[in-house]
Write a protein that binds this ligand. Structure first.
Ligand code: MLT
Length: 267
C-alpha cells in the first residue's frame, strides 16, 4: 500500500507556495533538483517512513513577476513555508540544486535543521566553464524551449545504464521536466550560475547529515560526495549502485531505504 499524497498551496509572507505532502509526525523536507519539480519525489513520498511528515516544496511556486530568483530567494521561500506551517525544525535536504538551496537555508537559519540530507549535490559555486554552459542553455531555452533543455540534460542526469535499461525512467523525467514553465527553468539557471561557494559552511554543519550519491553520477560524482562527507563531522555517506545523478528516480527503493535507515538511526 502506498501513502496518500496531497498537493497543497498556502499564502506565505513571500507569496504563494505549493508543496506535496504525506504522513504525520516529524517534519522531513526535501527540495527538488533542476530542471525538475517536486513531482520528482513521488517515489519517496509513496514510501515515506512511518512517523514522518514528508513535505516536498515546489521551488518555482513563488516566482515573482520579474522572474528573477537567487538561490537565497528559494531558501527564503522554503523558510516562509515552514514558518506558515508553524514548523520550527525539520530534517531538510535536497538533490543537486535542492542541495544548493539547502546550504543557503542553513546559512540563513541553521536552527531550522534537526538533520540534513545532501543527495547528488556539491557545495562549490559554478566554475567559469559551467557559467558559460548555463548561458548556452539559457539561449537554447529561449530559442527551442523546455523540450530542448530536456533533450540536452536527460542523458547527463541519468546514468548510461538507466538510459539503456530503464527507458520508462527517462520518459518519466522528461514528463516532469516538460511540466516546468520556461521562465521557471530560466530563473533557476540564472540563480545557479550566481550561487556562492558553500564549502566554508561544511565544518559548521553540526546536525546529523546523510550524504547520498548514485555510484554512476556523472554530474556530482562519488569523489565529490566523499569530500563533502569528510568535511561534515556527523555525516554518513551512502553510495547507491546502478544510479546516476537522479539517484532517487533511478533507484527509488534503495534511496528510500537509505533515507529511512538514516532517519531511524540518527534522529
Ligand atoms: C540538478 O540536478 O539540480 C542540476 O544538475 C544542478 C546543476 O545543474 O548544477
Amino acid at each position: 500500500m502506498t501513502n496518500e499524497i496531497n498537493r497543497r498551496t498556502i499564502e506565505t509572507r513571500r507569496g504563494p507556495m505549493s508543496w506535496f505532502e504525506t504522513g504525520a509526525g516529524w517534519p522531513l523536507v526535501l527540495l527538488h533538483g533542476f530542471p525538475l519539480t517536486a513531482e520528482m519525489w513521488r517515489g519517496q513520498l509513496e514510501r515515506a517512513p512511518a512517523d514522518w511528515r514528508f513535505i516536498a516544496p515546489e521551488l518555482s511556486s513563488a516566482l515573482p513577476a520579474d522572474g528573477v530568483r537567487t538561490i537565497d530567494d528559494y531558501a527564503s521561500d522554503v523558510a516562509s513555508l515552514l514558518d506558515a506551517l508553524m514548523i520550527d525544525d525539520a530534517v531538510i535536504g535536497g538533490l543537486s540544486m535542492g542541495g544548493y538551496v539547502t546550504f543557503a537555508l542553513f546559512r540563513q537559519a541553521p536552527s531550522l535543521f534537526s538533520g540534513m540530507i545532501l543527495a547528488d549535490t556539491r557545495p562549490q559555486a559554478d566554475t567559469e566553464a559551467a557559467r558559460i554552459a548555463r548561458m548556452r542553455m539559457r539561449e537554447l531555452l529561449t530559442h527551442d524551449g523546455v523540450k530542448a533543455v530536456a533533450d540536452d540534460m536527460i542523458p547527463k542526469l541519468l546514468s548510461d545504464r538507466t538510459m539503456r535499461e530503464q527507458p520508462d525512467v527517462a520518459g518519466r523525467v522528461r514528463a516532469i521536466v516538460e511540466m516546468n514553465p520556461p521562465r521557471a527553468v530560466d530563473a533557476a539557471l540564472d540563480a545557479m550560475m550566481r550561487r556562492p561557494d558553500s564549502t566554508p559552511d561544511l565544518p559548521h554543519i553540526s546536525c546529523a547529515t546523510l550524504v547520498i550519491v548514485g555510484e554512476e553520477d556523472a554530474v556530482t560524482p562519488v569523489a565529490e560526495a566523499d569530500a563533502m562527507h569528510r568535511a561534515i563531522e556527523r555525516s554518513a555517506l551512502v553510495t547507491l549502485p546502478r544510479a546516476g545523478h537522479l539517484s532517487n528516480l533511478e533507484q527509488p527503493e534503495a534511496f528510500s531505504r537509505a533515507l529511512a535507515d538514516f532517519l531511524l538511526a540518527h534522529l
